[in-house]
Write a protein that binds this ligand. Sequence first.
Ligand code: SF4
Ligand code: SF4
Length: 473
Amino acid sequence: MSKLPDESFRDTIGTINEEGKRAWVFPKKPSGKFYNKRKIVSYVLLAMLLSFPFIKINGNQFVLLNVIDRKFNIFGFTFWPQDFYLVVISMIVGVVFVTLFTVAFGRIFCGWVCPQTIFMEMVFRRIDYWIDGDRGAQIRLKKQKWDAEKIRKRTFKWFLYFIISFLIANVFLSYIIGSDAVLAMIKEGPADHISTIVALLIFTGVFYFIFAWFREQVCIIACPYGRLQGVLLDNKSIIVAYDHVRGEREQGRAKFKKDQNRSEEGIGDCIDCKQCVNVCPTGIDIRNGTQLECVNCTACIDECDHIMESIDLPKGLIRYASEDEIVKNEKFTFTPRMKGYTAVLFILIGILCGLLFLRNDVEATVLRLPGQTFEHKGENISNVYTFKIVNKTVKDFERIHFKIADPKGGKVILVGKPMIKIEKGEYAQGTLFIEINPAFLKSYKTNVKIEVYDGDELVETTTTNFLGPRNFN
Ligand code: SF4
Ligand code: SF4
């Protein structure tokens, strides 16, 4: 009877030891072609992430996600709760896009783009290497008693963690309440902004906890995207993979021996040096196959390439490849499943572009006050309404007023002042009366078309209904 492959490694995760306690991961410092490329991508993305809240376009924050006031700026364009359907469609486009990419290229998003990986691997982990040293030195320091060196290193490292967590919290808050509010707090001092400073300290605490202690467990335990791998990946998906055909051959992996012809003897090219395991930030052995812990960071590719180079064997024992490429030597193909996702993606992008194009810059609603009927005012009949006008443009409206386009003979009387001012990205609401001479009414309930002007410029048209006497005829 053939022996089943040992899959017991799937019973536990790399960050929990046999006693069920946290197994701290001390990954070796990565180096190589992929790591250098990831560093460049990470620095560009970090620069974007940190600068977006402080860039203004026509006075609008470039990206603002103000869930408290329900106001969102994307690339300088303001979106209101009324535009929420656009946010939903954009999110669906994002999900389909990531799904398509996962089906085709595995968790490429996790390794190259995800802010968690970028902050963890390119910021906090690099502080570890700088202060504590590489893997061996980190393990030694962990076991070391609390002498002067350990206290000095730990205090300095935790202090840096706190400062960076605090900076990230400031940027994060700038996305939510706006960079102007955060800068005002910095300028005027925390005493006048107690709620902001409390939010800032809570966020700092959360980031500190994540990056100082929870670390790679976010990807392994908390992130739902990693779990999706099982259903999205198939044998044609390109992932960071160990070439087990070449690595094991008929005789399996074996330690390196000089002047040995491994392929002739049927010995795999893997020399079982475990450097790919030592460098892995989630503590797994890629040679076991696809695992949910793998964030496709490519560190093991670089590390194995160094080993292959040093023993004069071809690089690429661990590489971006699909299972079918490794086993059947099949090159990447655009499968029907990928075609299906692509078609859905293009349809959704088309719908989103169309809706964005049709989206009104000004939104006006005029609603008759509930429970009110009509009043006689001299020769006219009057109804009372509430109105709301949202100015999504990038200019201030100085002289907003209303006109009745249909039926003829109607007029609008604003309560308070004859014209209203609405700053860009803001809204105004209030009460108004519509008066119409009954000679122009066609029935007991008449549709009214209202035009909204800023000075002489027509900025929006809306409709409402108007009640007259029941014995109309
Ligand atoms: S680094 Fe390469 S050679 Fe070394 S154990 Fe990993 S796969 Fe085998
Ligand atoms: S297995 Fe390789 S690619 Fe996956 S997380 Fe570990 S080092 Fe990164």
